[in-house]
Design a binder for this molecule. Sequence first.
Ligand SMILES: [Zn+2]
Ligand SMILES: [Zn+2]
Length: 227
Amino acid sequence: MRPPKPQGPLQVVVREITPAGRELLVDLLADGWATASLDGVAAVWERLELRGMLTIAGELAYARGRITGSVALECSRCLGPAAFVIDGEFTRVLVPRGTDQAAALGAADGAHEEPDVAVFDDGLIDLAPVVREEILVALPYALLCREDCPGLCVQCGKPKADGACGCVATPVDDRWSGLRGLQVANRVDSAAAALAAPAAPEQDENDQSGENDRSTSASKSIAREGR
Ligand SMILES: [Zn+2]
Ligand SMILES: [Zn+2]
């Protein structure tokens, strides 16, 4: 078996971990790790670091670490940059794949790993998936650039925080005013139909003449609804 070859600072050869442990001090922005591993999630990292420790106990390894950094995300209200500070701690029990310990910890095949258990292969611990997962979990689903972000002008789309855009302010519910008018109009129609009801017999006479059949029966049905 070839000795395992670590790729990058997040991979550690188990046999090289001393009894005192292996300190982890990784700049995750170096070598473009964050860009490659978190592609499309957050483009502008200002700082992203991992500090931690890997220790060995028998066949198992323990990782504990703290990920800190800051990143510019998108404000979910005005779409401008919104700064987010990430600061999270994690622990993992790392078990060699296919061992009794892995089975006991529910990580037999890696398919149903416990949240704080991860497997490793061939004497090489790869913390990259762990670190990636921790960062993704820490990022907020929605973020505001500031608590009272006024958002975008609904008419021209400019951020309101940039100052007056010149659009005439209209009530927020303006879109529904047409619907309100419609409801009022319906009520007016019903009232008019009810008032028109006494005229129905006259229309019946017209009915017999054979003219305006359709409109007469229509006004009759409206008159019925109106009652
Ligand atoms: Zn905003
Ligand atoms: Zn505007």
